[in-house]
Write a protein that binds this ligand. Structure first.
Ligand code: SAM
Length: 215
């Protein structure tokens, strides 16, 4: 929810995320990497931010292409990669999801990851992103999404929206931007329409979902 505020100050992003997630964010990055990263595989990390998932994948021996539209976040990610001596395993590129179609050839990537990125896309952009992802993954390739998602029941959704309203206003006033939790069922339907089958769906918390999909 406060992600946009943290992204506006990339040097504070990692500390902020650890506080917001009560220390659980690094374990999530590792978990996502374990679903996809192996030596010899190429992984595209979409919206890499400060490189949490990308570096976890590189540590497991994958070749990683890590993309983001925020130059400040990428510069922190590059510094972290150098510190961990993983810079040869990760290419950081300042491009957005909209450019992936031109940047990568069809069926050229073994796996993709997107942590806290779909909640920054409009439903139209999500649909487009999934179409491009499905076309750029190799047959049998995996996509792992982890994101803030709306609770399942209508009542819980309204309660969640109500609780979120103040934070949303603060975020908008500070950044003129906001995130919207994904509608998990809608996203799953969009994935299936693009030929991405759901292998794992877990609610890590009532409002946080992990999806593992396969081409
Ligand atoms: C909340 S941060 C998450 C960063 C990282 N994945 C993590 O989990 O720590 C969202 C990131 O996605 C990036 N982003 C948002 N929309 C994007 C798009 N369409 N293409 C590429 N990056 C995008 C933002 O610039 C930001 O760095």
């Amino acid at each position: 929810m406060y992600m946009k505020v943290l992204e506006a100050a990339p040097e504070r992003y990692d500390r902020g995320m650890r506080t917001l997630s009560r220390g659980r964010i690094d374990a999530l990055y590792e978990r996502m990497a374990q679903f996809v990263a192996r030596p010899g595989r190429t992984v595209l990390d979409i919206g890499t931010g400060t490189g949490g998932v990308a570096l976890a994948c590189a540590r497991l021996g994958a070749r990683v292409i890590a993309i983001d539209v925020n130059a400040g976040m990428l510069s922190i990610a590059r510094a972290r990669a150098a510190e961990l001596q993983l810079q040869t395993n990760v290419q950081f590129r300042e491009i957005g999801m909209a450019e992936v179609e031109d940047y990568l050839g069809p069926a050229s990537v073994d796996a993709m990851t997107a942590c806290l990125v779909f909640s920054e896309m409009s439903p139209e952009m999500q649909r487009y992103a999934l179409k491009v992802i499905a076309s750029r993954l190799k047959p049998g390739g995996r996509l792992v999404i982890a994101d803030e998602g709306l609770p399942e029941t209508l009542w819980a959704r309204w309660r969640y929206r109500f609780r979120r309203a103040a934070a949303l206003l603060i975020t908008f006033l500070q950044t003129l931007n906001w995130t919207r939790p994904i509608d998990v069922r809608n996203l799953e339907n969009m994935c299936v329409q693009q030929g991405l089958g759901i292998r794992i769906q877990e609610r890590l918390q009532p409002n946080f979902t992990l999806l593992v999909l396969e081409c």
